[in-house]
Write a protein that binds this ligand. Structure first.
Ligand code: IMP
Ligand code: MG
Length: 185
């Protein structure tokens, strides 16, 4: 494994193999449910970019993709509760079947805001697909239609997830060493 990156990793929570089979299962379920519906996959940047790339390749029905960027975190590890749209969709979603693809559902603040915003644009339907669920930290209830794995209440990185924009390229989901945060705070 890439040693410069793995130096900062305390332990791996979810391996490549587990990620692969989880994503394949989600893709198979979506493919079954959306036959003939040509869904629009909406990914929330940046954290979900790797999950999105892997997920759409497991979807066997026609679909299109679009991206949004929102921010609620700044550089820290705790949500500020403020949601900002940094990049909106290019697609008109009126009448479309939309699937929002998220990396992790934490407080739910970002997602509940986003889902409300999308529903106001009169799509045919909106569902949520989240690779990871961290239920311990939920502040706002959000229905997850396609849930990958449940994770404990720890800050995790890798497979798209960052700490201060770093570690997105670590191929597994991992917990950082404590001293990494202490260096930055
Ligand atoms: P929420 O509004 O608190 O649910 O924020 C969700 C967003 O926060 C996710 O899309 C992630 O980008 C980020 N996030 C939440 N938990 C973690 C974590 O453990 N590691 C890295 N990013 C996280
Ligand atoms: Mg993020």
């Amino acid at each position: 494994m890439n040693s410069e990156l793995s130096q900062d990793i305390d332990r791996v929570l979810i391996s490549r193999g587990q990620l692969q089979s989880t994503v394949a299962e989600l893709g198979a379920r979506i493919s079954r449910d959306y036959a003939g519906k040509n869904p629009l996959m909406v990914s929330v940047l940046k954290g979900a970019f790797i999950f999105m790339a892997d997920l759409v390749r497991e979807i066997t029905v026609p679909c299109t993709v679009d991206f949004m960027a929102v921010s609620s975190y700044g550089k820290g590890v705790k949500s500020s509760g403020q949601v900002q749209i940094i990049k909106d969709l290019d697609t008109n979603i009126e009448g479309r079947h939309v699937i929002v693809v998220e990396d992790i559902l934490d407080s739910g603040v970002t997602l509940s805001y986003l889902l409300e915003l999308l529903r106001a644009r009169r799509p045919a339907s909106v569902r949520l697909c989240a690779l990871l669920d961290k239920p311990a930290r939920r502040k706002v209830p959000v229905q997850i239609d396609y849930r990958g794995l449940t994770v404990p209440d720890e800050f995790i990185v890798g497979y798209g997830l960052d700490y201060a924009e770093q570690y997105r390229n670590f191929p597994e989901i991992a917990v950082l060493k404590r001293e990494v945060y202490e260096k930055h705070s």
